[in-house]
Every structure is written in C-alpha cells, then in structure tokens.
Write a protein that binds this ligand. Structure first.
Ligand code: HEC
Ligand code: HEC
Ligand code: HEC
Ligand code: HEC
Ligand code: HEC
Ligand code: HEC
Ligand code: HEC
Ligand code: HEC
Ligand code: HEC
Length: 419
C-alpha cells in the first residue's frame, strides 16, 4: 500500500517536471522575433509600433505582429518578413478595413475570444460617409479604422486611455473635423468640437461625470458615421429624451418640419452646442425660438405667449413658496415636511416643460395647475409657520417683560429690606 503511494507520487512529480520542460521549450519556440527585433530599432517608424504594442488589446489577448502583418515570427532574421510567408507590411488606407476585417468580420474566430463582441464594424463602416468616399472616390482624407483606433495602441472603449473611450471620442473625431487644413477641400464647418465642448451634454459628461450623455458617436454612430437624415435626427435625441420625443412626434410641427426640411429637435436646440433650456426660449421675446416662424397674431404666436405665461406663473409661485419656507426654516421653525412636499411642484414643472413639445397649451396648463396646487399648499404652511413664529415671539416678549418687571420689583424689595 505504502509502496504504491510512493510510486504514484514519484510518477506525478516526473510528469509535472516533464510537462514544465515541454512548456518552456514551447515558449522558446513562441518567441516573437518580430517584436524582439522591432523593439530595439531606434527609428520611431519601425521601433515605435513594437514599443507601443505592450498596451494593446491584441497583445493582451496573445496576438502578435504576424497575426496582423503576416510573415513568420519564428525566424530571427529578415526572412520572416517574406511576402511568400504571407507578410503584408504596411497596409495602405484602402486596405485597412479588410486588413482588420479579416478577424473582426469573422464571427467564428472572434467568438473564441469574446462572444459578445459585434462583428459588423467593417459592414457598417462601408455604409458610412467615410467608407463610401474611400471606396467610391478613393478619398484618403476620411477616417479609416486606424484613424480612430491607433494601430498599435488599440484599447477597448471601456479603457479610460482608449481613443474611443466616451471622454476621448470628441478629440479623436476632432483630430480631423476641427482641423481646418485637413478639411479644407470640403464644404462643411469645422466647429463641431468647439461647439460640442460648450454644450450641456459635454458638461454633463465631464463635470457631471455622466458617461451616458452623448458624444459624437452616440449621435452619429461608431462605424456608420453619416450625416443623420432629418427624420433620423429626431430618433437620435429621442433615444434619451423619450418623453419629449413622444410629445413632439404627435405634434403638428413634426410633420410640418419634415416637409419643410427642418431638422426636428435641432431646429430649436441646435445640434452641437445644445445648451440648457432657459425660460426665454419659449415665447416671442429676445432669445425665443418661436418668433423665428410665428408672429403675435398667429395661432403659434399666441400659444407661445400663453404657455410661457403659464410656466412663468408656476416658476414664480414655486420661488415664492420656496423662499417663504426657507425664511421659516432659518428662523428655526420645523418645515421640512412642507419643503419635501414642495418638490412635487418641481416635478410638475419638469412635466409642463416637456409638454411644451406638444405645442398644446391645455396640456401645459394641466401640469401647471397641478404644480400650483402644490405651491399653494406649501405657501400656506409657510404662512402658518411664520404666524406661529410671530405668536411665539409676542409670547416671549410678554414673558420677558413680566420676568424683568418681577426682577426689578425683587431688587427694589431687597434694597428696601437692606435699608
Ligand atoms: C531582424 C530584425 C527584424 C525582424 C525579425 C522583423 N523585422 Fe520587420 N523590419 C525590420 C526592419 C529593419 C525593417 C525596415 C525594412 C525596410 O525599411 O526596408 C522592417 C520593416 C517592417 C515593417 C514595415 C514595412 C513597410 O512596408 O514599411 C513591418 C510592418 C514589419 N517590419 C513587420 C514585421 C513582422 C510582422 C515581423 C515578424 C514576422 C518582422 N517585421 C520581423 C526588422 C525586422
Ligand atoms: C491589430 C493589427 C496590427 C498589429 C497586431 C500590428 N500592426 Fe503594425 N500596422 C498595422 C496597421 C493597420 C498599420 C498601418 C499604419 C496605420 O494605418 O496607421 C501598421 C503599420 C506598421 C508599421 C509601419 C509604420 C509606418 O508608419 O510606416 C510597422 C513598422 C509595423 N506596423 C510594425 C509592427 C510590429 C513590429 C508589430 C508587433 C509589435 C505590429 N506592427 C503589430 C496593424 C497592426
Ligand atoms: C488577427 C485577428 C485580428 C486582427 C487582424 C485585428 N483584430 Fe482587433 N481584436 C482581435 C481580438 C481577438 C480582439 C480581442 C477581443 C476581446 O477579447 O474582447 C480584438 C480586439 C479589438 C478591439 C477592442 C474590442 C473590445 O471592445 O474589446 C478593437 C477596438 C480592435 N480589436 C480593433 C482592431 C482594428 C482597428 C484592427 C485593424 C487595424 C484590428 N482590430 C485587427 C483580433 C484581431
Ligand atoms: C470614425 C471613427 C471610427 C472608425 C473609422 C472605426 N471605428 Fe471602431 N469604434 C469607434 C468608436 C467611437 C467605438 C466605441 C464604441 C462604443 O463606445 O461602444 C468603436 C468601437 C470598435 C470596436 C469595439 C466593438 C464595437 O463595435 O463597439 C471594434 C472591434 C472596432 N471599433 C473595430 C473597428 C474596425 C475594424 C474598423 C474599420 C472597419 C473601425 N473600428 C473603424 C470609432 C471608429
Ligand atoms: C482621418 C480624419 C477623420 C476622422 C478621424 C473622422 N472623420 Fe468624419 N469625415 C472626414 C472627412 C474627410 C469627411 C468627408 C467630408 C465631406 O464629405 O463633407 C468626413 C465626413 C464625416 C461626416 C459626414 C459629414 C457631411 O455632412 O458630409 C460625419 C457625420 C462625420 N465625418 C463624423 C465623424 C465622427 C463622428 C468621427 C469620430 C467618431 C469622425 N467623423 C472622424 C474625416 C475624418
Ligand atoms: C447630440 C447629438 C450630436 C452630437 C453629440 C454630435 N453631433 Fe454632429 N450632428 C448632429 C446633427 C443632428 C447633425 C445634422 C445637422 C443638420 O442636418 O442640420 C450633425 C452634423 C454633423 C456634421 C456635418 C456638418 C455639420 O456641422 O453640420 C459633422 C461633420 C458632425 N456633425 C460631426 C460631429 C463631431 C465631430 C462631433 C463630436 C465632437 C459631433 N458631431 C457631435 C448631432 C450631433
Ligand atoms: C419648436 C421648438 C422646439 C423643438 C422643435 C423642440 N424643442 Fe425642446 N424646448 C423648446 C423650448 C421653448 C423649451 C423650453 C421650455 C421651458 O423651459 O420653458 C424646450 C425645452 C427642452 C428641454 C428641457 C426641458 C426639460 O424637461 O429638461 C429638453 C430636454 C428638450 N427641449 C429636448 C427636445 C427634444 C429631444 C426635441 C426633439 C424631440 C425638442 N426638444 C424639440 C423648444 C423646442
Ligand atoms: C445618449 C443620450 C442623449 C442623447 C442622444 C441626447 N441627449 Fe440631450 N441630454 C442627455 C443628458 C444625460 C442630459 C442632461 C440631463 C439633465 O441635466 O437634465 C441632456 C440634456 C439636454 C438638454 C438640456 C436640458 C435642460 O434641463 O435644460 C437639452 C435641451 C437636450 N439635452 C437636447 C438634446 C437634443 C436636441 C438631442 C439630439 C440632437 C439630444 N439632447 C440628444 C442625454 C442625451
Ligand atoms: C421653423 C419654424 C417654426 C418654429 C421655430 C416654430 N413653429 Fe410653430 N409652426 C410652424 C409651422 C410652419 C406651423 C404650421 C403647421 C400647419 O399648419 O400644419 C406651425 C404651427 C404651430 C401651431 C399650431 C397652429 C395652428 O394653427 O393650430 C402652434 C400652436 C405652434 N406652431 C406653436 C409654436 C411654438 C410654441 C413654438 C416655439 C416653441 C413654435 N411653434 C416654433 C413653424 C414653426
């Protein structure tokens, strides 16, 4: 029994040592000569790729130079870079999509690494303005895969250092779209990056830390980057602003704007420099959007003024109730419940502002009235709290006077007794 145990142990030890040796041998055979040689080349064009490659997702998944460039990595000399061994060298801009697509369009191959990864990048890209101009016009100023994913430092979008991480996308697109020289031959503006950086969306993403706010690719698509068609623009905004988009879709404007070729939401809010919606946006005054197309005499104009008036009345009522409750609170009165209830008016205001997009004053009025009921109740509680305070103060005044009078009386009494 003892003997068999020992023999078994020895066998296991031998087996482990042997497989270890084989592994080491295999690793030796797997030395990536492409990487070894290129890493020590001083010329940045030749050595740079190998040095950058350490942080690349392909390196992290065990892929090497030859998996993209072809050739034989087991050979230590230049003969590894023999076209006869499948070596491709540096792909030109026209070849890059097929170069990357060899793997990324191959569902069976990609599944071995990451089954959830999409395999339609090349297909999508070929429908984009970028892909079409490249294929149809040979326009090499457009973006190819490696314009957005730097060839030897490719990282997944979730990596903060990735060129396609949400916080870095704008810069990546801006490298061309904000470069007037690069875009000189085209009839499109180069202010998208600059304007986007002034938008509420960018502020939300950076200061607000909300990575779900949109950047370039959320509106334009990652690989199908195309100028959104007019009907599509509304859909893009509606992905996130769904209540407002539903209101708008049912409104008279939706159809009319489509007929007139106005770009849906962007007609009033712009596309890149979308700002917080201020009250002044509604109505016919300065900074209002309705005045672009309506005058005081038409139905649109009167609706604009009516809705603005209603919203203003709720905002004013909310402001009044809020400051009353604050005053009571600062004076030490217990009004936290009333302040909590007042939040209901803010919710009503949000819904009323969204309902502006129905362009139906009755819909706006319904929410405003709801909000006004809440503010009235809160206001009443504020008035009562301050009334209580006044009562307490008067009471306090009276008792203080009485106490003072008593003290004075007492002092007089003591003096009299002393005398
Ligand atoms: C012994 C060193 C060495 C090895 C091994 C080596 N290379 Fe090179 N490689 C070079 C040098 C030097 C050049 C520049 C050749 C030239 O400019 O003609 C080069 C050029 C290249 C280029 C640029 C070609 C172009 O069109 O500009 C690529 C891509 C490349 N190598 C990839 C590889 C791959 C992939 C492997 C492995 C299969 C590999 N190299 C193996 C030294 C090496
Ligand atoms: C994911 C695919 C991929 C891998 C892996 C890869 N390359 Fe490249 N490489 C490219 C592409 C694509 C280009 C063309 C340049 C571009 O489009 O920016 C390129 C260009 C080059 C060039 C020419 C650079 C120039 O500016 O002319 C060299 C040299 C090179 N690669 C070497 C390597 C070496 C060495 C490795 C391994 C350390 C490697 N590559 C791994 C895709 C890859
Ligand atoms: C030899 C096959 C192959 C080639 C060629 C190739 N890739 Fe990859 N790529 C992969 C594999 C495998 C992964 C890892 C997928 C994973 O595990 O998530 C990957 C990952 C990626 C990722 C990160 C995906 C993610 O979200 O995880 C990007 C981006 C990418 N590749 C872009 C490119 C580009 C651009 C090119 C062309 C320059 C290219 N690839 C060429 C095989 C390849
Ligand atoms: C105009 C810029 C641009 C071009 C060109 C581009 N990509 Fe991308 N790519 C992106 C962005 C942005 C993301 C990030 C998507 C996200 O946040 O989910 C991305 C993501 C990816 C991913 C991760 C998986 C996915 O689909 O989200 C892969 C793989 C990829 N790209 C491969 C490619 C290949 C291959 C090409 C060339 C056919 C290419 N890309 C061309 C911008 C680009
Ligand atoms: C390598 C440079 C380059 C990069 C990087 C780049 N683009 Fe482009 N893009 C172009 C060029 C050039 C055109 C063609 C302009 C034209 O036809 O008017 C274009 C066209 C477009 C168009 C169509 C414009 C129109 O109305 O004709 C859109 C939309 C677009 N790009 C969005 C993007 C987005 C989004 C990104 C980043 C995810 C991006 N681009 C990255 C160069 C680039
Ligand atoms: C909130 C959505 C949104 C975001 C974010 C966004 N765009 Fe746009 N972009 C649009 C819309 C909508 C249009 C179409 C305008 C029209 O048709 O009137 C457009 C048009 C364009 C055009 C065509 C030329 C032009 O200026 O009209 C380019 C190029 C472009 N965008 C690039 C970018 C780049 C680069 C970024 C990031 C810095 C970006 N966009 C961010 C929605 C967006
Ligand atoms: C005809 C002009 C017009 C159009 C078209 C329009 N809006 Fe508005 N939008 C306004 C006005 C005016 C306000 C300001 C209401 C207020 O606060 O008094 C506003 C406010 C907003 C707000 C802020 C309100 C809130 O609840 O946060 C958002 C978000 C918004 N719009 C998104 C959209 C979206 C998405 C679309 C397209 C589906 C769209 N808008 C179409 C005029 C328009
Ligand atoms: C990917 C999601 C997403 C897309 C797409 C999107 N937005 Fe936004 N938007 C947000 C977020 C998140 C905020 C910040 C919310 C907040 O602070 O109330 C915001 C804020 C706004 C605001 C300011 C709201 C306010 O309270 O004043 C307006 C106006 C707006 N977006 C309009 C648009 C328009 C128009 C489009 C399409 C061209 C669009 N958005 C596309 C997510 C999106
Ligand atoms: C880009 C031009 C444009 C802008 C901006 C615009 N409208 Fe209109 N609006 C129209 C047109 C055109 C019609 C006529 C639609 C029809 O008769 O089918 C219309 C119709 C209306 C109607 C219906 C009138 C009726 O006869 O029943 C109302 C209400 C209205 N708009 C309100 C507004 C308000 C409020 C704003 C600002 C938030 C606004 N509009 C901004 C173009 C515009």
């Amino acid at each position: 029994m003892q003997w068999t145990w020992n023999r078994g142990l020895i066998l296991v030890v031998v087996a482990v040592t042997w497989t270890g040796a084989v592994r080491a041998q295999e690793q030796e055979a797997e030395v990536d000569n492409c990487r070894v040689c290129h890493s020590v080349l001083d010329d940045e064009r030749l050595g740079g790729p190998a040095r950058a490659f350490t942080g690349d997702i392909h390196a992290a998944r065990g892929l090497g130079c030859a998996d993209c460039h072809g050739g034989d990595r087991t050979l230590a000399g230049f003969e590894g870079m023999d076209p006869a061994k499948g070596f491709v060298g540096r792909p030109g801009k026209l070849q890059v999509a097929t170069f990357c697509g060899r793997c990324h369009s191959d569902a069976a191959f990609m599944r071995q690494f990451n089954p959830s990864l999409r395999v339609d990048q090349v297909a999508e890209y070929s429908t984009s303005v970028h892909g079409r101009r490249l294929a149809e016009l040979g326009d090499t100023a457009v973006a190819v895969c490696t314009s957005c994913h730097p060839a030897h430092a490719i990282k997944p979008p979730s990596d903060a250092a990735s060129s396609v991480h949400p916080l870095n996308v704008a810069e990546t697109c801006g490298a061309c779209h904000a470069d007037a020289e690069h875009m000189a031959g085209y009839q499109i503006p180069t202010n998208q990056l600059e304007r986007y950086r002034r938008s509420v969306h960018w502020a939300m993403m950076t200061d607000g830390g909300d990575l779900s706010a949109p950047t370039c690719n959320d509106c334009h698509g990652n690989h199908g980057a195309a100028p959104p068609g007019f009907s599509w623009v509304g859909n893009v905004c509606g992905q996130c602003h769904s209540v407002i988009a539903d209101h708008f879709a049912q409104s008279r404007h939706a159809k009319t704007f489509a007929l007139l070729g106005n770009p849906g939401c962007a007609t009033c809010h712009g596309n890149h420099e979308i700002l917080r919606a201020r009250p002044e946006l509604l109505g016919l005054g300065e900074g209002a959007v309705c005045g672009q197309c309506h005058v005081a005499q038409d139905a649109g104009g009167t609706t604009a003024t009516t809705m603005r008036g209603r919203l203003d009345s709720l905002r004013a009522a909310y402001g009044g109730a809020d400051s009353l409750l604050l005053r009571a609170e600062h004076a030490g009165m217990e009004v936290s419940q009333a302040r909590f209830e007042l939040q209901g008016a803010l919710n009503a205001l949000v819904q009323a502002r969204a309902a502006v997009h129905t362009f139906n004053p009755a819909r706006v009025a319904a929410y405003v009235d709801e909000g006004l009921d809440v503010t009235a109740a809160a206001h009443q509680k504020g008035v009562e709290a301050l009334g209580d305070l006044r009562f307490r103060r008067t009471g306090l005044g009276v008792s203080v006077t009485i106490i003072l009078a008593l003290i004075v009386g007492l002092v007089i009494k003591i003096r009299q007794a002393e005398r």
